[in-house]
Design a protein around this ligand. Structure first.
Ligand code: HEM
Length: 409
């Protein structure tokens, strides 16, 4: 990666991390006794009540997906709207529905088993590598491909950085031409690499074939754009959620031992695991915030929004609000709202909701469950201290491996 992009990445960290922390603080301000509610950014009005969020979720024709951030990668189902979105959605959605069925549980379990067994207790750093390898393989399996996950994993290292920079510059004003050219070059290189791989490797070509536009009706369709965004969103998010859960197990030794000893296939065991997973997704939603752009003027609650204006949907704001949760700043692996299912469904939306809900929610939940069961059976994990390190650029990831210690059970 060029020197310009490395510098921009550091600047992006300096901007995005405090911004995200302010979103957490804003949600918890009443409980912390803060009278001044911090604004994470003055660039965008924030939506963080269930009343306003419900309207946004129900009306994607008014609150459109925002093109700015990932436009560099071209168009995909993630940044299009209306008819084009529906056509693009139909290219992948049936495969996600199919792999999310309970009949696919064994395939998913076997995949995680193979990778988790490769983790050595001397290198906790390798946990994230093996978890991501599983989620990428499962993404490939969704399209009936046995393609080697390492090719995509290498690309993801770059994509992570590029997305972070794009998120930073899309909020922090127009960057200079030099910067734009730098990002454009990096992205073009990645997309071209996919086209080359398609010519070089028959297994990859088989996978790539599924990302053609069967309707032939989408203008300027480029399979590489549709493919790479789906692959990233379909692997990085699940892997991240699993890594956060592992991090929390390390922080809660007693709970970890209880869960490892429980029968996680029994209804009570399943419910305990589900409660813990939900609490992890509540506390550390892999997508802590989303953005939308107004297609028309609209009055949303007390906000007068103008056509073309962008808004910030704070998932963290809902998940950490004292209005909807008891002691939201506490991580409670047995949180009663989840254990007794008394939580407000609109205040817990790690996968969003409405027509633009996550396309792989069922698969993601199954992956998290199966990976954790296997991990708990094989390892006991601990932390050297309580500090939570994270990385943020579109996705909120733990950056904690140097604080983790592993032992076999
Ligand atoms: C814990 C894991 C995951 C989380 C937290 C998550 C979260 C989300 C969220 C919040 C959105 C909405 C984004 C927006 O509208 O701005 C989304 C969209 C999407 N996700 Fe996920 N996701 C996860 C896993 C997956 C997996 C495993 C797949 C597929 C294999 C997937 C595929 C998609 C797709 C295709 C969309 C776009 C839906 C559309 O608008 O057409 N996600 N995800």
């Amino acid at each position: 990666m060029s020197a310009i992009l490395s510098r921009l990445e550091r600047e992006a960290d300096a901007y995005l991390i405090p911004m995200l922390l302010r979103l957490y603080e804003r949600a918890q301000a009443p409980q912390l006794g803060l009278t001044q509610i911090p604004e994470p950014t003055d660039a965008m009005p924030i939506v963080d009540t269930i009343e306003d969020m419900r309207i946004v979720m129900k009306h994607p024709e008014i609150f459109e997906k925002d093109f700015a951030l990932i436009d560099f990668f071209g168009h995909s189902r993630f940044n299009t709207n209306g008819k084009e979105w529906a056509l693009r959605r139909s290219i992948t959605q049936a495969c996600y529905n199919d792999i999310g069925k309970s009949t696919k549980k064994t395939l998913i379990r076997e995949n995680y088993k193979t990778n988790i067994e490769q983790i050595n207790i001397d290198s906790p750093k390798y946990i994230s590598n093996r978890i991501l390898a599983s989620s990428v393989s499962i993404f490939n399996n969704a399209f009936l491909s046995e393609e080697n996950p390492e090719i995509l994993m290498k690309m993801f290292d770059k994509i992570r950085k590029i997305l972070k920079i794009l998120q930073f510059i899309s909020w922090n004003g127009s960057p200079n031409i030099e910067t734009l050219e730098g990002i454009h070059l990096e992205v073009t290189y990645l997309l071209d690499l996919l086209d080359l791989e398609n010519q070089r490797d028959p297994a990859f070509a088989e996978l790539y074939k599924r990302f053609q536009d069967p309707s032939g009706n989408i203008q300027n369709y480029r399979p590489a754009s549709e493919f790479i965004m789906n692959a990233f969103a379909g692997s990085e998010t699940s892997a991240t959620a699993i890594l956060w859960a592992i991090d929390r197990l390390a922080a809660l030794p007693q709970f970890q031992d209880d869960l490892a000893a429980a029968d996680l296939e029994s209804p009570e065991g399943e419910q305990r695991l589900e409660t813990f997973i939900n609490e992890t997704l509540r506390y550390f939603p892999p997508l802590p915030l989303l953005t939308r752009r107004l297609s028309t003027d609209f009055e949303l609650g007390d906000k007068q929004l103008k056509q073309g204006q962008r808004i910030l949907l704070s998932i963290v704001g809902l998940h950490h609000s004292t209005k909807y949760w008891k002691d939201p700043h506490l991580f409670d692996p047995e949180r009663p709202e989840f254990a007794r299912k008394t939580y407000n469904k609109l205040a817990f939306v790690p996968f969003f909701s409405g027509p633009r809900i996550c396309g792989g929610m069922r698969l993601a939940r199954m992956e998290i469950r199966e990976a954790l069961k296997l991990f708990l059976k094989r390892f006991r994990i601990s932390r050297t201290d309580e500090v939570i390190d994270f990385e943020y650029g579109l996705i909120l990831r733990p950056a904690n491996y140097h604080r983790l210690r592993l032992n076999y059970r």
